[in-house]
Write a protein that binds this ligand. Structure first.
Ligand SMILES: Cc1cn([C@H]2C[C@H](O)[C@@H](COP(=O)(O)OP(=O)(O)OP(=O)(O)O)O2)c(=O)[nH]c1=O
Length: 209
């Protein structure tokens, strides 16, 4: 797109890319950051999400500064944390981790936090933290085992992906749905627009959705 500033998505998450595309933004480059995502001892969920989104943006900025084509780009990163009270659930990579998460989430309320960090062309850092409250139905051991078999939980914070089968576990959600999937679109487009990045939905060719 001629005339529009460059845009870098500091993420390797296909969900984040497709959410951005849904808002009419096509990144010029992807710069996934390899950061250690282990929470610090006693770290609270909001602080953890903020710290990790910032660390991903820092790493991406270093790589962009070395690239003549991308210098002065807007850079966006995000981190999603699922928590029950003060307890941060892991990003499930093992069956046991996912099963434990689901047992904990069964029949209860939890919170999903996504922190987004935007680096502007002048290298100012802007951060937003978005919270969504989610209540799951009670899950039987059979429900949990069937869900584990789907594999949809792999690599997802809290051991589930609301955009798939787990959508039917949700009794109630208060707040942004896209925040749970990994990128809150209202806050992201508002932040970008406020920093001068053109958000013009009219550019999109509407297709059946
Ligand atoms: C709760 C939930 C999380 N997720 C995903 C979003 C994120 O990809 C992932 C949380 O991990 P993150 O560490 O936030 O992101 P990531 O490592 O996948 O990608 P990157 O750091 O490169 O941006 O969980 C869903 O897709 N659906 C959900 O319902």
């Amino acid at each position: 797109m001629l005339g529009r500033p460059k845009f870098v998505l500091a993420s390797g998450s296909p969900r984040r890319l497709s959410l951005l595309n849904q808002a009419g933004i096509e990144p010029d480059a992807l710069r996934p950051a390899d950061v250690d995502e282990t929470p610090k001892r006693g770290e609270l969920p909001r602080a953890c999400a903020n710290r990790l989104a910032r660390a991903k943006a820092d790493a991406a900025l270093k790589s962009v500064q070395l690239d003549d084509e991308l210098r002065g780009a807007f850079i966006l990163s995000a981190d999603t944390v699922v928590a029950v009270g003060r307890r941060i659930l892991p990003k499930a990579n093992l069956v046991d981790e996912a099963a434990q998460c689901l047992r904990l989430l069964s029949g209860r309320n939890h919170r999903v936090y996504t922190a987004i960090t935007l680096v502007t062309p002048r290298e100012a850092f802007r951060q937003r933290l978005v919270e969504t409250r989610v209540r799951f139905k009670r899950l039987s051991e059979d429900d949990i085992q069937a869900y584990i078999g789907s594999g949809e939980w792999r690599g997802k914070a809290g051991g589930y992906a609301v955009q798939g089968i787990a959508g039917s576990f949700v009794v109630k959600m208060v707040g942004s749905y896209t925040n749970v999937v990994g990128l809150p679109l209202y806050e992201t487009t508002t932040l970008l627009g406020g920093e001068g990045f053109p958000i013009r939905f009219g550019w999109l060719n509407a297709t059946a959705v």
